[in-house]
Ligand binder design. Structure first.
Ligand code: SF4
Length: 310
């Protein structure tokens, strides 16, 4: 068996539950202030205007119908026994608290649902919504918060609509309510160097996060980035460079942080570039080969003094 070089989500779930756990993506029809004109209409420069996720919500399937659709497939294909509901598409705490309450109570009634992963922006939370999320009867709740970069110039460049301080404040508020935060970050953002990505990892180390998703930036059809890529002002990372950045990030990452993902996964039809981003197995193989070649283990370069930053 291959040596475990970082704290995977699979390992974390295996320790928590003795059952096979899988995530089910649900589209609850939320939208995003960076898309509806409250902050901008353009969205983050890398964002697919149609949102991520399965698209089943747009086809008119209720949450219960989406759940059954995935549950049946994942039980058959992966012998999954129990499930986490994953609110993935757009910003799933944006809008009224009544809508959020109604969605969460529907999810809590789904059969064999033991937990919730809720993706949102750090500027779409606040005490009342965090209290509501923390009060749900799940065994496991993850708040998946987009940061992307700790560099405010980068955040402005990609039209993120919030800064790093906003993210840090939301993480601390969520942690005070004992919610587990999984931070989303991206390597290869426009104008960033590998050192900038490492600086983002160090920034996360100083915050009470419990998980991280590492993503490679890829160019989506219909995004602002697609125009930059076409006119040559944005050049995607090579796979070798991405694997190198991930290896350095894993070495620098605080050892207790659960690594939920090592790559971004384009939805069918949305990928323009780079080609390698669509070959998940190649990406993961390249990352694992780099970790092995350099004998990298999570946290081997982590220095606890980072906890005083941010
Ligand atoms: S916050 Fe998410 S949904 Fe909103 S524009 Fe950015 S990437 Fe798209």
């Amino acid at each position: 068996m291959a040596q475990q070089r970082f704290f995977t989500l699979a390992e974390y779930l295996r320790r928590r539950f003795s059952l096979r756990v899988r995530k089910i993506p649900l589209d609850a029809g939320f939208f995003c202030p960076n898309r509806d004109g409250v902050l901008s209409f353009a969205g983050c420069s890398f964002c697919n205007p149609h949102g991520s996720g399965s698209g089943l919500g747009k086809q008119g399937l209720s949450l219960a119908q989406q759940w059954e659709y995935w549950k049946e497939r994942l039980s058959r294909k992966h012998h999954a026994e129990t499930f986490l509901a994953y609110l993935q598409s757009f910003s799933n705490t944006y809008g009224s608290i009544d809508k959020l309450r109604s969605v969460l109570s529907e999810i809590a009634r789904l059969p064999d649902c033991i937990g919730l992963c809720l993706g949102t922006r750090p500027d779409c939370l606040g005490g009342e919504k965090l209290d509501l999320i923390a009060s749900q009867p799940f065994s496991e709740t993850w708040l998946e918060l987009g940061l992307q970069s700790s560099n405010d110039e980068t955040l402005a460049r990609i039209n993120r609509g919030h800064n790093a301080a906003c993210f840090a404040a939301a993480v601390r508020q969520a942690a005070d309510k004992d919610l587990a935060v999984c931070a989303h970050v991206i390597a290869g953002l426009p104008g960033e160097t590998p050192e900038d990505f490492l600086e983002t990892i160090r920034f996360l180390n100083g915050l009470p996060i419990r998980g991280v998703k590492l993503h490679n930036l890829y160019v989506c059809r219909g995004s602002t980035l697609a125009g930059d890529w076409r006119n040559g002002s944005y050049i995607p990372l090579s796979l070798a460079s991405y694997a190198d950045q991930v290896a350095r990030a894993v070495a620098a990452l605080r050892p207790d942080i659960v690594v939920h993902r090592l790559n971004g996964d384009p939805a069918p039809g949305e990928l323009l570039a780079p080609d390698w981003a669509g070959r998940k197995t190649d990406v993961l193989n390249a990352v694992h080969a780099k970790l092995q070649a350099r004998n990298v283990f999570q946290g081997q370069l982590y220095r606890p003094k980072e906890s005083i930053c941010a």
